[in-house]
Write a protein that binds this ligand. Structure first.
Ligand SMILES: [Fe+2]
Length: 337
């Protein structure tokens, strides 16, 4: 089957799903009081904007007020990459760690770990003497922060409040090798050897038995996207078949500066993009009626409410409005809220 044929089938199948999903009638808002069995995770991508944009400040404030308004103490934050745009003067000792991370997403609201993956802007030497990726790994090693990045790729588990298995999370590094001009002294990628090693690791991790009802993969680059970056050929070729085979519940990405939710007929994985944490927004590339059920050019963040029965994702904009929400049962049934 040609890739063109595959693409056309996806478009047709998702259009049918989107039309059916529009009839969902359950409330998007978080039920009160909050389910005591649930764990709550807030996530953003593409957030560490150069010169701290108004967008980053507004999304951060919206996250804090959302947590307060709903009496949530999130179990953790997922930081989906593109941590630092522009120069990170001083590397792990940069003032930006304090002003644009510790203070903006305060421990008083978000006491748990901030699990982090690398984006393409983290794979840069900026300024020339600073490797931003190394600085991020080094900052995590200080042990003085919620910043959690033990390696470029790693796994962790999230249990229910009464210590039952809930989420098995595989955090990846999607900075796949691609040609960089010899004159480019700023950008770099994983080597082919690193990519091969990680791909073998991912295959082993996905095959490892887990007692958690949900497996989630984090990767900065979307596999499928309605944003300007589009679908990712290398991820589709190397990782997507494994993710499908092992019935990963959700693949969570950033990179495109928008909020998205894509479902494909007969695919066990939900594709969520939350790349709207502060950097300038991108236009949506594909008509929203063609692939869905949701894509929107808006600043915001994503709330994951997880119980042993279901995952509920809510996209929330910078004003605190829930702009899209869906739940996915442990059996894989999707309900648009
Ligand atoms: Fe990116």
């Amino acid at each position: 089957m040609s890739s063109q044929t595959t693409r056309r089938q996806f478009l047709r199948q998702t259009f049918a799903f989107s039309a059916a999903a529009a009839t969902g009638s359950l409330s998007r808002a978080l039920a009160q009081p909050v389910d005591p069995r649930a764990q709550h995770i807030l996530m953003i991508g593409d957030w560490g904007a150069e010169d701290m944009t108004r967008g980053q400040q507004q999304v951060a404030a919206s996250m804090v007020s959302y947590a307060q308004r709903n009496a949530l103490k999130p179990q953790s934050l997922f930081m989906l990459g593109d941590t630092w745009y522009g120069d990170l003067d001083g590397g792990a000792a940069s003032q930006r760690w304090n002003t644009q991370f510790e203070k903006l997403y305060p421990a008083s609201a978000f006491p748990g770990p901030a699990y982090t993956i690398a984006g393409n802007h983290d794979y840069q030497h900026m300024p020339a003497t600073v490797n931003k990726l190394h600085a991020e790994l080094e900052y995590a090693k200080t042990g003085k922060s919620r910043w959690t990045m033990p390696a470029r790729w790693y796994t962790f588990d999230v249990a229910t409040p009464d210590h039952k298995p809930l989420l098995h999370v595989i955090a990846t590094d999607t900075n796949a090798p691609h040609a960089i001009k010899p004159t480019d002294k700023v950008n770099f990628t994983l080597s082919e050897d690193d990519w091969h090693e990680q791909t073998q690791w991912l295959a082993a991790e996905l095959a490892r038995p887990t007692t958690a009802p949900f497996t989630i993969v984090l990767g900065h680059h979307p596999i499928y996207s309605n944003g300007p970056h589009g679908d990712h050929a290398r991820l589709i070729a190397d990782w997507e078949p494994m993710i499908r085979q092992h019935k990963v519940s959700a693949y969570l990405a950033g990179h495109d500066h928008d909020l998205q939710h894509l479902e494909f007929a007969d695919h066990p994985t939900s594709f969520v993009c939350s790349g709207a944490g502060g950097a300038d927004l991108y236009d949506i590339k594909i008509d929203e009626h063609q692939r869905g059920p949701y894509a929107m050019k808006v600043h915001g963040f994503t709330h994951l409410e997880a119980t042993p029965d279901a995952l509920t994702f809510r996209h929330i904009d910078e004003t605190g409005a829930v702009v899209h929400a869906f739940s996915k049962s442990a059996g894989g049934k999707i309900t648009i809220l």
